[in-house]
Write a protein that binds this ligand. Structure first.
Ligand code: SF4
Length: 307
């Protein structure tokens, strides 16, 4: 039996952080007031078909508050839950590199200057990092442990068009490679269950990305959210969502094909329950994660054993 990851059969973020920093690291989701080029007309309008318009950051601090206030409000809550924790500041909302360079520099520096922050994570679109921004990210990476999250969702450009992503796999590869060459750890987002994708296509995305050896992967389950284009397609019967058992089996298959060095930050999505149309079983996130653990154990499987 190969080594487990703090009792888990996949390489968790907790395991990674405890090895790197020797302690629990809590993420503080901050809002930098970023918009998105796929909503303001620069790249497209309407956004990705599943995007809630809250710019994919429903749980972050309020953009009208200063970084200091957002941080202290959330850190106060977290420190009650976990004693002696350190923090990763996280720009999740909107496109975290989509602002002029002076504003980005101010925001990133403000975030990493907060008490007990040992790391910064910036989530963005792969087609939205300028030359100046790459240089800025490199500069920030010399001051703190920086990770950049790239929203890919699928390696298939046919799907990219269906979901109105307005960026290509080639653009992703270019940014991914540049960040890797700068020594910056990259987390890649993929979504399982996108309209018209087969299980083979989803697995191809996972295998392709695993071979690129990013630092980390986030696997999302497609959530059909109210008032999105995705909801209209779902209501017209154009696609269906996974049943829970199907999803558990799919994620376990994928974990087995993902290189064990890759940190798995997510195995499902996170949505507001009153906004979720389908699949409703996904609201019980811990039940789902427990089922994935149980299935991995039943198989005697561990991440990467079929990579
Ligand atoms: S790139 Fe992100 S924020 Fe922009 S529309 Fe798509 S999901 Fe929403």
């Amino acid at each position: 039996m190969q080594e487990l990851f703090l009792g888990k059969r996949y390489h968790t973020l907790d395991y990674f952080f405890k090895n790197k920093f020797g302690t629990k690291i809590a993420k503080i989701p901050l809002s930098g007031g970023f918009t998105c080029p796929n909503r303001d007309g620069t790249k497209g309008t309407g956004g990705c078909i599943y995007c809630s318009g809250a710019l994919s950051g429903d749980f972050a601090g309020k953009a009208e508050d200063s970084i200091e206030k957002q941080f202290s409000d959330i850190a106060d809550m977290m420190s009650k839950k976990w004693k002696n924790t350190k923090y990763m500041a996280y720009f999740q909302t909107g496109t975290g590199t989509y602002a002029d360079i002076a504003k980005l520099e101010y925001l990133y520096n403000a975030a990493i200057s907060q008490p007990d922050v040992v790391s910064l994570s910036v989530a963005t679109r792969p087609d939205c990092i300028s030359k100046e921004c790459f240089s800025l990210l490199e500069k920030i990476s010399k001051k703190t442990y920086l990770t950049v999250e790239l929203g890919l969702q699928s390696v298939h450009d046919t799907t990219g068009r269906i979901i109105n992503r307005q960026s290509t796999y080639a653009e992703f590869l270019q940014s991914f490679t540049t960040l890797k060459n700068l020594g910056i750890d990259v987390c890649v987002h993929l979504i399982n269950g996108l309209p018209f994708e087969t299980v083979d296509m989803m697995n191809e995305s996972v295998r392709t990305v695993s071979e690129l050896l990013p630092w980390s992967l986030k696997l999302h389950l497609l959530h059909v959210i109210r008032r999105t284009e995705c909801e209209k397609m779902y209501n017209r019967g154009e696609f269906r969502t996974f049943e829970k058992d199907e999803y558990v089996s799919l994620v376990c298959d994928q974990l087995q094909m993902i290189d064990k060095r890759i940190v798995m930050q997510r195995l499902t999505g996170d949505g507001k329950r009153d906004e979720l149309v389908a699949p409703l079983w996904s609201i019980r996130k811990f039940e789902l994660l427990n089922s994935i653990d149980a299935e991995m154990e039943r198989r005697g499987a561990i991440q990467g054993d079929k990579a």
